[in-house]
Design a protein around this ligand. Structure first.
Ligand code: 13P
Length: 257
């Protein structure tokens, strides 16, 4: 397993123009090359991927934010994993909470993961509960997400999968969002590994990233105290300076460990 921390910026539906996307990407790329102890990617809108993938390098890869559950055919507006693979896009987010909010179910996400794996793409599967109130129900909620999203996925394919735990209540765009703590993440990471080990009958180690209002102030806590294998960064990835600070923090942690 790659022990480098994995830092992915999820640009969501930003920025407004290709010119801005290229400028942001190149500002990040220029700095990312200095930090070798970390793997860095940008998950950009489909329409920017062809241009950004020409600019990608060993220090900065490009990722999609979603893929179709289908192979080809009458699916207006969809983009298949064959299409992405043909453009050398090897990574994609799948099951982000903002897509689940549009109606994506665990079964649908399961088909998308299978679709990605069919062309040897690497999915980042997003899971996370909507709320945190009293009780421990959120653990069962995430367990069901993992069991249903990974149903029928052979153990051998897990090496291509990354899980991102993104509690919706901690995402910056959620109304009245609250900050999750490294302890919140650590509990969930241990639990996710237990769920996977129970599913597959042996201990399995899938990297687990944290996402939700990550910035240059809280990144270290999630990576060190929380034990995150990396970070999925939304808003802070749109400001190259902030995103590069997060990359440098992840690099320093690996370098010193
Ligand atoms: P923020 O970092 O803006 O909270 O977004 C998190 C996220 O949804 C990344 O996928």
């Amino acid at each position: 397993m790659n022990t480098k921390k994995l830092i992915i910026g999820n640009w969501k539906m930003n920025p407004k123009t290709l010119a801005l996307a290229k400028a942001q990407f190149s500002a990040i790329k220029k700095e990312a090359g200095k930090y070798k102890m970390v793997s860095v990617g940008i998950s950009a809108p489909y329409i920017f991927l062809p241009e950004l993938s020409k600019m990608a390098s060993a220090s900065l890869f490009v990722s999609a934010q979603n893929i179709s559950s289908e192979k080809e055919g009458a699916h207006t507006g969809e983009v298949s994993s064959d299409m992405l693979s043909s453009m050398k896009i090897r990574n994609t987010i799948i099951g982000h909470s903002e897509r689940r909010a549009l109606g994506e179910t665990n079964d649908f996400i399961n088909k998308k993961i299978k679709s990605a794996l069919r062309t040897k793409m690497n999915p980042v599967l997003c899971v996370g509960e909507l709320e945190r109130d009293s009780g421990m129900w959120y653990l069962g909620f995430v367990k069901t997400q993992i069991e249903e999203c990974l149903a029928g996925i052979p153990k051998a394919s897990l090496k291509n999968i990354v899980i991102a735990y993104e509690p919706v209540w901690a995402i910056s765009s959620t109304e009245n969002h609250r900050e999750a703590t490294p302890a919140d993440f650590q509990e969930m990471k241990i639990y996710i590994q237990k769920v996977l080990s129970d599913m597959y009958g042996t201990p399995v180690h899938v990297p687990v990233l944290y996402g939700g209002s990550v910035d240059e102030k809280n990144a270290k806590g999630f990576l060190v105290e929380g034990g995150a294998d990396g970070l999925l960064v939304g808003r802070s990835s749109l400001t190259p300076k902030k995103f590069v600070s997060i990359i440098s923090i992840a690099h320093a942690i690996n370098q010193n460990s």
